[in-house]
Write a protein that binds this ligand. Structure first.
Ligand SMILES: *Cc1c(COP(=O)(O)O)cnc(C)c1O
Length: 375
């Protein structure tokens, strides 16, 4: 039995990131949200293409300093920043600190004054913007994220000594299609210029990823064209985006071997090595993780039509990776290659539950690796 293995296709990631960059207007800066997947190989692969990295914790700052020591961190964000977090960001000379509350702005300003510094910030605004079709909504309603618009206007007009307000940051929802994401960018930018005279606007991430229809991808060329209209309308503004999931998700796979196949009340259960403690995404988001079967020609039990539930090794009925009403035959010893595991996958998983071994990690093309895997 080979250990379950995450495979990161860094060639595909480089190609995809270059296509995303090429689809955006020159004047739009592309940051990568490290929390989607902080894998060092991924960060190094993205480094030449993206304009910078967004760190959402002191741990991510430390990680970026270790992996890309020569790179200035573009943005430091996240709710509940402690004084230690803010001091670390100031010491690391992060280009922009995204401020979540009035109290946080004042604590940051006080820290900056002690060091004789003036720190560049964006104020995170919770603007009531319609986000039809969103999967997760972070703003536009009562929210722990950001500040109400009047608060942002007030702080931008009269900031404490020690900070320079460069503009506005908004990350209002995730799961937005290109037209909706661009409409949100337009509204946020119009507001920021009119109300705050923003020089810079960061409109966040949240570009849609459809796990049920993996071939339906976020329309970057369309988004880029629509963002071009925003930059044309505001020629002096520096517009910035910070996607994570839609950049990294397609470039990771989780390979695992079938341990057992059995039938229960008319349904096939395929039990694989590993499970949601390695790949929590389907449990967290309530979807069936897409997979392909690489047959190994074993002569053990196999499914022969009808509904299939693919589960892992955890002692809980929630350890479900995929459910299908039908599909190809799966036999003991076959390899399942779960796709779309490049973002919010290993790093959001409850890895210590049941104390199973961790997965291995490899770089390459997942199907090619699956065919030679374990031989
Ligand atoms: C998580 C997050 C992102 C990235 O979101 P994706 O859905 O991965 O694109 C960007 N900005 C902020 C503030 C975030 O919290």
């Amino acid at each position: 039995m080979t250990r379950p293995t995450y495979v990161y296709d860094l060639t595909a990631l480089a190609t995809h990131a270059a296509a995303v960059r090429a689809a955006l207007p020159q004047r739009v800066e592309l940051l990568y949200a490290v929390k989607a997947n902080p894998d060092p190989g991924m960060l190094r692969t993205l480094a030449p293409t993206v304009d910078g990295f967004e760190a959402a914790s002191r741990g991510e700052l430390r990680h970026l300093a270790a992996v890309l020591p020569d790179r200035r961190v573009a943005a430091f964000a996240g709710p509940g920043k402690t004084d230690e977090d803010l001091a670390a960001a100031v010491a690391a000379d992060v280009a922009r600190i995204h401020v979540e509350s009035p109290a946080e702005l004042h604590r940051l300003a006080a820290l900056a004054r002690v060091g004789g510094r003036t720190v560049d910030v964006l104020l995170r605004v919770n603007l009531p913007v319609a986000t039809p079709g969103a999967v997760l909504v972070m703003g536009g309603q009562a929210s722990p994220f950001g500040m109400d618009p009047p608060e942002v206007v007030r702080l931008a007009a009269d900031p404490p000594v020690g900070v320079r307000v460069r503009g506005v940051h908004a990350h209002l929802a995730s799961g937005l299609d290109a037209a909706t994401a661009a409409a949100v960018a337009r509204e946020v930018t119009d507001w920021a210029v009119r109300q705050v005279r923003a020089e810079e606007v960061n409109v966040g991430g949240g570009m849609a990823v459809d796990y049920r229809h993996p071939e339906d991808r976020f329309d970057w060329p369309r988004y880029g064209r629509l963002l071009g209209e925003v930059t044309d309308a505001h020629p002096t503004v520096r517009l910035r985006i910070e996607p994570g999931r839609a950049v990294a998700v397609y470039c990771g796979s989780y390979l695992t071997e079938v341990i057992d196949v059995k039938r229960s009340q008319g349904r096939w259960f395929v039990i694989v090595a590993g499970g949601t403690h390695h790949l929590r995404t389907p449990a967290a988001k309530g979807h069936s993780q897409p997979y392909v079967v690489v047959p190994r020609g074993g002569d053990g039990p196999r499914t022969d039509g009808g509904p299939v539930t693919v589960v892992g090794q955890l002692c809980t009925p929630k350890d479900v990776l995929a459910q299908t009403s039908d599909g190809p035959t799966i036999a003991v010893g076959d390899v399942l290659v779960f796709g779309m595991a490049g973002a919010y996958a290993w790093n959001i998983s409850h890895r210590d539950f049941l104390m199973h071994d961790p997965p291995d990690f490899a770089v390459g093309e997942p199907l090619a690796l699956a065919r030679i895997w374990g031989h």
